[in-house]
Design a protein around this ligand. Structure first.
Ligand code: AR6
Length: 197
């Protein structure tokens, strides 16, 4: 698995949004975000990879958190992970034509960032929440994820680096196109960093 190779960057004021292909569990940011379910008792995909890499103490802590509502997020320590913290976010299960799912997906990102900021976290890595087992089409989810990230960074300067870690080149390409479109429209003041193409 390729890791640590930044493919694309944009910024809002002094804060950077970065897209790269890789494994969320290997990221060295202060926190990584888990694509969890509301039990917070583990699962497959991102959740399985994070629990495997963190070791059994992570489950012991999340078991005591009392679950998490869809669209919300809760924080734990990172144990054996390179990241000090895990922010467990619960995205929605996709239903086409349901106007609530977009709001719940945006909320999962926004709440994760609020929890990060409240805990003094300056660098955070996100997976593409809800686009695996929960069935959210990546083409619909990517602009929601990126807009919510840019909106937050425009209002809160404490997060310096917000990284999206995409699992393969196809998902990365969708996020790259969505970011290009948002930069082109200067959404929330998004722009390319000085000296980048
Ligand atoms: N690093 C980065 N991205 C990954 C990784 C990884 N190690 N593994 C998968 N992805 P999913 P969801 C991508 O299913 O849709 C769990 O069982 C994957 O390709 O992990 O929010 C939980 O316990 C996809 O693009 O999360 C819940 O029950 C994206 O990450 C449920 O799945 C999200 O896929 C949550 O489903």
């Amino acid at each position: 698995m390729m890791d640590g190779q930044a493919v694309s960057r944009a910024q809002v004021r002094q804060s950077v949004i970065e897209l790269l292909e890789g494994d969320i569990a290997q990221q060295t940011t202060d926190a990584i975000v888990n694509a969890a379910n509301s039990s917070l008792l583990g699962g497959g995909g991102v959740d399985g990879a994070i629990h495997r890499a963190a070791g059994p103490e992570l489950l012991a802590e999340t078991r005591a958190l009392g679950g998490c509502a869809t669209g919300d997020a809760k924080i734990s320590r990172g144990y054996l992970l390179p990241a000090r913290h895990v922010i467990h976010a619960v995205g929605p299960i996709y239903r086409s034509g349901d106007s609530q799912v977009a709001a719940l997906l945006a909320s999962a990102y926004r709440r994760s960032l609020e929890v990060a900021a409240a805990n003094g976290i300056e660098t955070v890595s996100f997976p593409s929440i809800s686009t695996g087992a929960y069935g959210y089409p990546v083409e619909e989810a990517a602009p929601i994820a990126l807009r919510t990230a840019a909106d937050f960074l425009g209002q809160n300067q404490s997060i310096r680096l917000l990284r999206f870690v995409l699992f393969n080149a196809a998902i990365l390409a969708v996020y790259n196109r969505a970011l290009d479109a948002l930069v082109a429209s200067r959404y929330a003041g998004l722009q390319r960093p000085a000296g980048s193409g």
